[in-house]
Design a protein around this ligand. Structure first.
Ligand code: HEM
Ligand code: HEM
Length: 188
């Protein structure tokens, strides 16, 4: 099924979750690598172009994901009461950090008034301009939120593995779209 139910994620939420997770990890690696390139590297111009284009597609996916999330029921979280509160907080923080990293990413190259050309398909126009000091601050927030997102994703995936290996519940398998039985044999 496409939509979520009270007990599991639908295919749209699953596809958006994993597509975006892979893209975000890739974007992090690309970002760390590209800022070290020098003018004489073949990828000096191409890597930032790629980073910006994928980033803008991620923004579109993120908006669609948030709307889908708000329009759907949220499958019941598993674990102890405090684990559920932490999980919900972590999920929300993920959204906040994803928006922060993408919006600051958009503001870095557009600060001087140039729009972002997305793979030559369309251009996202610049909206705000900033002086050098403000642009530096935006760059710092981009860096911080990118690292924050990686740290949170590490915590989040460790929790998913803990649910799977220790609690033996369906938290991970239902996000993978796998058979609807828990490791204890209970039906989902
Ligand atoms: C999930 C999304 C993103 C992640 C994880 C990410 C990650 C990173 C990282 C780790 C860096 C290196 C920072 C440093 O070491 O100074 C970086 C740099 C950069 N990112 Fe992103 N980024 C994302 C989205 C975007 C978007 C949407 C744009 C623009 C449309 C963008 C534009 C830039 C630019 C221009 C730099 C170079 C900054 C500089 O030269 O200091 N990023 N990004
Ligand atoms: C940057 C990478 C990631 C981000 C931004 C992210 C974000 C999220 C968010 C926001 C949710 C809540 C559901 C939704 O609104 O879509 C979620 C759920 C989930 N994520 Fe991730 N995630 C990432 C990586 C991972 C990884 C690597 C794993 C596993 C190893 C994982 C496993 C799960 C599971 C199992 C759920 C369902 C949790 C539940 O139902 O209680 N995620 N993730």
């Amino acid at each position: 099924m496409l939509k979520n139910t009270a007990s599991t994620y639908g295919w749209v939420a699953i596809a958006l979750h994993w597509l975006m997770a892979v893209a975000i990890f890739g974007m992090f690696g690309l970002g760390v690598w590209m800022v070290e390139l020098t003018y004489y590297d073949a990828w000096y111009h191409r890597a930032p172009e790629l980073h910006k284009s994928i980033g803008m597609l991620l923004l579109i996916l993120l908006v669609l994901r948030l709307l889908w999330r708000l329009w759907n029921v949220r499958p019941q979280l598993m674990g102890l009461w405090w684990e559920k509160i932490v999980a919900l907080g972590v999920h929300r923080l993920h959204y906040l950090l994803m928006f922060t990293v993408i919006i600051t990413g958009y503001l870095i190259p557009t600060a001087e008034g140039t729009g972002i050309d997305v793979f030559g398909w369309f251009t996202i126009p610049a909206t705000f301009s900033f002086d050098k000091q403000q642009a530096d601050l935006i760059g710092k927030v981009h860096w911080l939120s990118a690292w924050g997102l990686m740290g949170l994703a590490l915590l989040h995936s460790s929790a998913a593995l803990k649910h799977h290996l220790i609690d033996k519940d369906v938290t991970l398998t239902r996000m993978l779209g796998l058979p609807r039985k828990t490791a204890k044999g209970e039906n989902l």
